[in-house]
Design a protein around this ligand. Structure first.
Ligand SMILES: [Zn+2]
Length: 312
C-alpha cells in the first residue's frame, strides 16, 4: 500500500482560526493521518510527500479562465462558496486554498501512476470531482483525476480506468472530462437531489432518494458493479470515497451508518482485488466533525483487504 500526504494538504495554514473556510474541515488530511497512525494502519514513515502540480500542467487540462481564476480571490471565494475570502489578498487565498489543492493533485498523480503499475495507493486529499474543464465549483478548483490521467498519457502508461464515485454528490467534473474517453468509465452513485443541479451524464449514474440507508445502498452498489462487469474491463480502479453519505453529515440526506460506510469501502476494495486492478483512493467530501475518523476507518478497511487479498 502506498500512502500520499503533505502538510501542505491542510487548508488555511496561513489564516487565523476565525477565518476558517466554511464547509471545509481545514486540517482534515492531517486528522486522517493521525487516525491512521494511532490505529496502527500506517507508520509516519509510510507517507510519501508529493510535489504539487503547477499552473502550466493545470492549463493542459483546464480552460484558460479556470487557470487565470486561481489567482483571483473573488473567483476562489465563489468556487468554495465562502464570501469572506474575496476580501483577502489573492496571495493569502492562494496559500490558504489553492496551494493545498495543487499539492493534493500531486498526490493523485503519483497514486494513479502507482496504480497503473498494479499497486494500491491512498491519497489523504483529492477527489476534486466537480471541477470541469471550464468551471471550478463545488469547492473543486482543479480536477486532480484529469491531471493524473493526462500525466499517465504523457508517460505512455494509460490503462482502462474505472472511476467508482460514491461521494454524496455526483462527479459532474469527472463525467464531463471523460465523456468521450472510452478508456475511462465513470460511475457515480449519489443523492439525486443534492448538488450539482443539473447533473452531467456519467457512463453509469445511480441517483438515490433521500434517506437511503445501508441495506438499500449496498444493494444498489452491488447491482451497479455487476452492470459495470458487463460493460467495461478495468485495469485500474479510482475510488472517490466521500464520507458525506454518512447519516449525520450536514450537507446530505443519505443515511449510511459508520458500519455501512466501511462495508461500502470494503466492497470496492474487494472488487478491485477480484479484478486484479491497481487502486487509487481519494477522500473527496465529508463535512461532519466525524468525517476524518470515518475516512480513516474506511481506509483501514481498504488496507486490510490489501493485506488479506494482495499480501500488502
Ligand atoms: Zn460530496
Amino acid at each position: 500500500m502506498r500512502w500520499y500526504f503533505a502538510p501542505e494538504y491542510d487548508y488555511g495554514r496561513n489564516l487565523p482560526q476565525h477565518q476558517a473556510v466554511h464547509g471545509f474541515i481545514l486540517d482534515k488530511p492531517s486528522r486522517i493521518r493521525r487516525h491512521l497512525i494511532t490505529a496502527d494502519v500506517a507508520n509516519e514513515s509510510d507517507f510519501e510527500r508529493p510535489a504539487p502540480v503547477d499552473e502550466a500542467e493545470v492549463s493542459e487540462v483546464h480552460e484558460p479562465g479556470v487557470v487565470f481564476d486561481l489567482r483571483d480571490a473573488y473567483a476562489i471565494s465563489r468556487a468554495v462558496e465562502f464570501d469572506a475570502l474575496a476580501l483577502l489578498p489573492a496571495e493569502t487565498v492562494w496559500e490558504a486554498v489553492v496551494s493545498p489543492q495543487l499539492h493534493a493533485c500531486g498526490g493523485t498523480c503519483d497514486g494513479l501512476r502507482a496504480a497503473a503499475d498494479g499497486e494500491w495507493a491512498i491519497n489523504l486529499s483529492g477527489g476534486f470531482h466537480h471541477a470541469r474543464p471550464d468551471l471550478a465549483h463545488g469547492s473543486c478548483l482543479v480536477n486532480d483525476l484529469a491531471l493524473a490521467v493526462a500525466r499517465l498519457e504523457r508517460e505512455g502508461a494509460m490503462r482502462p480506468i474505472l472511476v467508482v464515485d460514491l461521494d454524496l454528490h455526483q462527479g459532474d467534473g469527472n463525467a464531463t472530462f471523460f465523456a468521450k474517453d472510452d478508456r475511462v468509465f465513470t460511475f457515480s452513485m449519489h443523492e439525486q437531489a443534492a448538488f450539482p443541479v443539473p447533473k452531467m451524464q456519467s457512463d453509469l449514474d445511480v441517483g438515490l432518494p433521500q434517506k437511503t440507508g445501508d441495506d438499500d445502498y449496498l444493494e444498489r452498489l452491488e447491482l451497479a458493479l455487476a452492470e459495470i462487469d458487463e460493460r467495461f474491463t478495468p485495469e485500474v480502479v479510482v475510488y472517490v470515497a466521500g464520507s458525506d453519505p454518512f447519516e449525520h453529515d450536514p450537507l446530505g440526506s443519505l443515511q449510511l451508518s459508520l458500519e455501512g460506510l466501511t462495508e461500502r469501502d470494503r466492497r470496492v476494495a474487494r472488487y478491485a482485488a477480484k479484478h486484479d486492478c491497481g487502486l487509487v483512493v481519494l477522500p473527496a467530501g465529508g463535512y461532519s466533525d466525524q468525517s476524518a475518523a470515518l475516512t480513516a476507518a474506511g481506509f483501514a478497511e481498504i488496507a486490510a483487504v490489501a493485506n488479506e487479498a494482495r499480501g500488502g
